[in-house]
Design a protein around this ligand. Structure first.
Ligand code: MN
Length: 217
């Protein structure tokens, strides 16, 4: 499969070259989870995963396909390009598909330890792992309404924490996503109810640091 066409922007290449994700085009399909629905227990419960992946993520896929049917001139664009569309149904659903694909792969049952290299990068950019986690959790809790918290790499190679609203993605702002936490209520409400802070704190036990490190560059 050819990875890049001449029409792809540098921004798209930026993530795809270092990423294991393949560029996707219409028609879109829901990827299966990289683990069983109960693999993230007890931090994220099976029922939440069934609704979140099988229903919510599927709906973004279905609605993106509908938006593509209505906009055939966009059917050859890759998903990352669609996230910058001026058409809300295209932008929002493309982001919904991309963000959830990324989120599932950013987690691993039983969690993982940072390598010494990864820890050194975190220390360099945030003083300490604890300080990084405090900033990330505060950013996740502080996102008003629905959205995402991210660890990103800026164009100078530095690491930053940011949040986006709805299904917006840091790629659209020129940042490369390394790690994402979904803070839409559908991602935690069944188990954590209104306690987003408890969800954000517990979630560290699921982070796939090997993936995060593989995306840095
Ligand atoms: Mn979600």
């Amino acid at each position: 499969m050819e990875l890049m066409g001449d029409t792809n922007s540098d921004k798209v290449s930026h993530i795809l070259i270092k990423s294991k994700y393949m560029p996707k085009t219409y028609p879109y399909l829901l990827d299966t989870l990289p683990y069983a629905h109960d693999a993230l227990e007890p931090i994220i419960d099976r029922e939440t995963m069934e609704y979140h992946h099988d229903k919510h993520h599927q709906t973004y896929v279905d609605n993106l396909n509908k938006a593509m049917e209505a906009n055939p001139h966009l059917q050859t664009s890759v998903l990352e390009e669609l996230m910058d569309s001026d058409i809300p149904a295209v932008k929002n659903n493309a982001g919904g598909v991309w963000n959830h694909d990324f989120f599932w792969n950013a987690m691993i049952g039983q969690g993982s330890e940072m390598s010494a290299t990864m820890k050194a990068e975190i220390d360099k950019n945030f003083e300490s792992v604890e300080e990084f986690q405090n900033i990330f959790e505060a950013t996740a809790i502080g996102r008003f309404g629905s959205g995402w918290a991210w660890l990103v790499q800026n164009s100078d190679g530095g690491l930053e924490v940011m949040s986006t609203a709805n299904q917006d993605n840091p790629l659209s702002l020129g940042f490369k996503p390394l790690l994402a936490l979904d803070v839409w209520e559908h991602s935690y409400y069944l188990k954590y109810k209104n306690k987003r802070a408890d969800y954000a704190k517990a979630w560290w036990g699921l982070v796939n640091w090997e993936m995060v490190e593989s995306l840095m560059g």
